[in-house]
Design a protein around this ligand. Structure first.
Ligand code: PEP
Ligand code: MG
Length: 324
């Protein structure tokens, strides 16, 4: 099986009836990069920039960040690398930037912090842009977006950073900018948000947690955390439909994207890109290459009227077994 999965590396990720979907990877450290290239990743859908911040004991300087980001961009060039702006708070802590709150997941997190501290945001975005000089494969992604105002403000800062970087003499192209949909409020504003950006990416880990009101890290309620909950699937379908209505590319970069059982329904919903941990990539590709788009659409239609996560999961699992 290992050898079989290995031969998959250079084969296209398309269904039996030639529907293509891109399989990208999530990265944090350089080790992830090498593993990903080894498995034939076509791009990075989520580079978690918190990781290089977490392994330091102070904020990395613009120059340090630039060097770190350049390694990522260079390793994948000319393939795109989606760099998420700092997403700390919630479950991601920096020892040198402590945040004490009763409800961290509903508190100061992600874009909320960086818009309150534009100096952190500007340094990071400038470092990303400088790192992309001559490579032009950078995409910038904003986490925890709840409304259009945040995107407007972030865009203003991104344009300012771009102006500053050009003033300093760097020759860079303006990167594509996208937002994560991971808060229920954003689900209902997908079309408005899509009009403001170049791409949309679903953070299904947080989206599931917020739709179901189940802490993603609390063992006591872990059996209530259902990525296959009908409400979660309705949200995922709505996001894909609404993004496409605005002709904007839509991806998913939460854990669900790397679940081979989810692949047929995400494909049928029209997701353009699935971004996952590199270990999942061969398995998901294997599933995609062994099903057809029309078959997954019929399966999706059945699944969307089922009323429990267990039934939905087993329906897909059985259908996949039947399909061989
Ligand atoms: C998500 O929320 O699904 C996601 C991809 O981001 P993170 O897991 O880093 O919060
Ligand atoms: Mg998230």
């Amino acid at each position: 099986l290992v050898r079989e999965l290995d031969t998959l590396k250079n084969l296209p990720c398309e269904t039996k009836d030639n529907h293509r979907i891109k399989l990208w990877v999530n990265t944090g450290l350089m080790a992830d990069v090498f593993r990903s290239l080894d498995r034939g990743a076509e791009g990075v859908g989520l580079y978690r920039t918190e990781v290089p911040f977490m392994i330091k004991d102070r904020f990395p300087t613009e120059k340090e960040q630039m060097q770190t980001y350049r390694e990522q961009l260079k390793a994948f060039a000319p393939s795109p690398v989606t760099m998420r702006t700092l997403d700390i708070g919630g479950d991601k802590e920096l020892s040198y930037f402590p945040i004490k709150e009763d409800n961290p997941f509903l508190g100061w997190r992600g874009i909320r912090i960086t818009l309150d501290h534009p100096e952190i945001f500007l340094v990071q975005v400038r470092a990303m842009m400088k790192a992309s000089e001559g490579l032009n494969n950078l995409r910038i992604m904003l986490p925890m977006i709840t409304g259009t105002g945040e995107v407007e403000e972030a865009m203003r800062l991104i344009h300012r950073a771009y102006y500053e970087v050009c003033e300093e003499g760097f020759h860079v192209v303006m990167p594509e900018v996208g937002v994560m949909i991971e808060v229920p409020a954003a689900v209902y504003q997908t079309r408005e948000l899509a009009q403001m950006v170049d791409f949309i990416s679903v953070g299904s880990n947080d989206l599931t947690q917020y739709i179901l009101a189940v802490d993603r890290n609390n063992a006591r309620v872990a059996d209530l955390y259902h990525s296959y909950h009908p409400a979660v699937l309705q949200a995922l379908k709505k996001i894909a439909d609404d993004a496409h209505m605005e002709s904007v590319q839509v991806s998913i970069c939460g854990e669900l994207a790397g679940d081979p059982i989810a692949a047929p329904i995400l494909l049928a919903m029209g997701y353009d890109i699935l971004s996952m941990n590199s270990a999942s990539l061969p398995k998901v590709k294997y599933v995609v290459r062994n099903i057809s788009y029309s078959w997954s659409q019929e399966l999706l239609a059945r699944v969307m009227i089922a009323d429990s996560p267990e039934v939905i999961h087993s329906t897909i699992e059985l259908a996949l077994e039947d399909a061989g």
